[in-house]
Design a protein around this ligand. Structure first.
Ligand code: CA
Length: 239
């Protein structure tokens, strides 16, 4: 069964080549150029995933995102334009699953689509994430290490959730700040470093030589992938 993808995008120069690419990649894409078309297509086709532009001729894609999210868990990836700062925090505020900034690479978008679809729909979406000894359950907002509950403050949890969802990938400082903190936060980004050090104290065997949360100097942070941590357990000094 090919995953059904609804591409809500009014610019044909983006939507059409994207739909062709998705078809080649094994998806079943449909295009809607307006919010009205998108509503009809959703009811008719019941897409497995929605790619949603922000600026649409008959309204704002963000409003549609909120509207869809009230009724459905269907994964949504926002297609945002560079400079739409507010739109870059889609995850927490709108309930979208991810976003890409135009111009985006089709390959990267497809990779993110596959990652989201792997998480599955309703039942498993928001399911627990495990890396090494650490398990995070978004539904209950519980974190355990080797089965022992770890007490985290709300922002620590949100930060860890973002890092673990993207385990193995580098997250830029700005992206973390946008997604975990208020999008209009203009304060010192030291806040992020402080939260990282709190997380390390709570999660790492040796906070001064972290296994899980690595600093990527000048860029941001990276949570180890499950494979790496499995290796680290066998050879703790192989860093
Ligand atoms: Ca548009």
């Amino acid at each position: 069964m090919k995953p059904r993808v609804l591409v809500v995008e009014d610019e044909a120069s983006i939507a059409e080549p994207l739909a062709e690419h998705l078809q080649r990649e094994g998806f079943d894409p449909k295009i809607a150029g307006t919010i009205a078309d998108a509503r009809q297509a959703m009811a008719r086709d019941q897409p497995d995933l929605i790619l949603l532009d922000v600026m649409l001729p008959d309204g704002d894609g963000r409003d549609l995102c909120r509207e869809v999210r009230k009724a459905s868990d269907v994964p949504i990836i926002m297609l945002t334009a560079r400079g739409e700062e507010v739109d870059r925090i889609v995850g927490l505020e709108l309930g979208a699953d991810d976003y890409v900034v135009k111009p985006f690479s089709a390959a990267e978008l497809v990779a993110r689509m596959r990652a989201i679809l792997r998480r599955g729909r309703t039942g498993t979406r928001g399911g627990a994430i495990s890396v090494g000894a650490i398990t995070l359950d978004p539904a209950s907002r519980r974190v355990t290490k080797d089965g022992v509950p770890i007490d985290l403050a709300a922002k620590e949890f949100d930060l860890l959730h973002l890092l673990m969802e993207n385990a193995g990938a580098v997250l830029r400082r700005e992206e973390i700040m946008d997604r975990v903190w208020d999008p209009h936060w203009f304060g010192p980004t030291k806040t992020l470093d402080v939260h990282i050090s709190w997380l390390r104290k709570k999660l790492e065997d040796d906070p001064s030589s972290p296994t899980y949360i690595t600093t990527i100097r000048g860029v941001g942070f990276r949570f180890a992938s499950a494979d790496e941590v499995a290796g680290a357990d066998r050879a703790p000094d192989a860093r």
